[in-house]
Write a protein that binds this ligand. Structure first.
Ligand code: AMP
Length: 371
């Protein structure tokens, strides 16, 4: 189970379906025990839309005669409870003279349940009990006791198993919680420092989406796209491609990628303008760069490493001495100032990039675990 994305937000797995089903088994068993000798036909009041799935699952497990009535009474707009109960759409049947079990998906402040209980009284119900799939005990402040609770959760915004975020997410069989902490790491360093080599294992270990702007651009070049053609001459000369091209690529990834706890940016940002653009993209998402992992190797080692890579990967921009020298020059002139930029932001972390791949990996992992 990975993260899911609904509208502009990411949610991480929280309660799996098996746990939910088992909790419903238990709560249904308690209700069955309490109603086993009833001579009347109690009514389950399904509070639309959120408790559709829970009501269905609960009802399947009940072994006494019962009926269902639906009511719509929603108090959620977006991710915050407004505290106001809105959109009252009447009941689909009568509860007059009947025992009622209100079936809710989630109870937090308790406003909804207070209103519903009053509504049951004025509609002639002879007894009202409350059953909820989820209760946020930290938010619930009413004296009214809740008879049946399947699961208790902290005060988080959740979706799935009937619960939605602005209409979406009800159909997931597991429950997900809002993941406000999408992480954004920058893998920094001169060309040949081993960023690409370390990125794969970092991405896997920390469930990050690895975005290498160099790889994306090489992909464009290989496909012969217009963008690839534009980039080719610059890349092969060891120059940078225009900021807006790479910024667009990064933002498209942020908007579309799902299932990760964050991103690992490799080869981006490479200029102060790109760093500022990244800050803006993250500000829009109400977040910031989580950390910069800077792999440092001495200048003398850069050429040696690139030549070694050229023999293995055959990259066009690794081939000529002149291109390599220009990339190193471009790095010092345009990219290195970002060290100060990120030091000032308090997110810069430098690692010794010399030694074997495993040695560097060990340093990277212990740094990442501390961030
Ligand atoms: P890399 O694979 O990261 O070494 O990138 C290869 C080449 O792609 C660079 O030398 C640049 O020409 C281009 N490139 C990659 N990322 C960027 C970026 N963030 N800004 C501008 N050009 C980039």
């Amino acid at each position: 189970m990975g993260n899911i994305r609904l509208h502009d937000k990411s949610f991480r797995p929280f309660i799996d379906n098996d746990t939910i089903e088992k909790a419903i088994d238990k709560v249904a068993a308690r209700i069955n025990a309490d109603y086993k000798d009833s001579e009347d036909i109690p009514v389950l009041l399904c509070v639309l839309n959120g408790s559709i799935l829970f009501t269905a699952e609960l009802m399947k497990r009940l072994n006494f005669k019962c009926e269902i009535v639906c009511v719509k009474l929603s108090s959620y707009v977006g991710t915050k409870s407004t505290g106001e109960v809105r959109d009252i759409i009447g009941m689909t049947g009568s509860v007059n003279g009947r025992r009622v079990i209100i079936v809710e998906d989630i109870i937090d402040s308790g406003k909804t349940i207070a209103n519903l209980t009053k509504m049951m009284d004025s509609s002639g119900a002879t007894e009202t009990r409350i059953c909820t799939m989820l209760l946020k005990p930290g938010c619930y402040k009413l004296d009214l006791s809740i008879d049946y609770v399947a699961m208790e959760i902290p005060d988080d915004f959740i979706v799935g198993f009937g619960l939605d975020y602005d209409g979406l997410g009800r159909n997931f069989k597991d429950i997900y919680v809002l993941d406000e902490n999408m992480r954004y790491y920058i893998l920094f360093g001169p060309p040949g420092a081993g960023k690409g080599t370390q990125a794969a294992s970092m991405a896997e270990r920390f469930n990050l989406c690895h975005i290498s702007t160099g790889d994306l651009l090489r992909g464009e070049m290989a496909s012969g796209s217009e963008l690839g053609l534009k980039a080719k001459a610059l890349i092969e000369a060891g120059e940078l491609v225009p900021d807006e091209i790479v910024e667009g690529m990064i933002e498209r990834k942020f908007d579309t990628v799902e299932g990760y706890s964050g991103f690992l940016l490799d080869g981006f940002p490479r200029t102060t303008a790109q760093a500022e653009a990244l800050d803006k993209m993250l500000a829009k998402r109400e977040t910031k760069v989580t950390g910069v992992v800077s792999l440092m190797i001495p200048d003398g080692m850069i050429k040696e490493r690139i030549k070694h890579r050229a023999a293995i990967e055959g990259r066009a921009d690794d081939a000529s001495d002149e291109t390599i020298s220009n990339r190193i020059k471009t790095y010092h002139e345009k990219t290195e100032p970002l060290v100060e930029y990120y030091k000032a932001a308090g997110v810069y972390n430098e690692i010794d990039g010399t030694g074997t791949i495993e040695e560097v990996r060990g340093r990277v992992n212990s740094l990442m675990e501390s961030l």
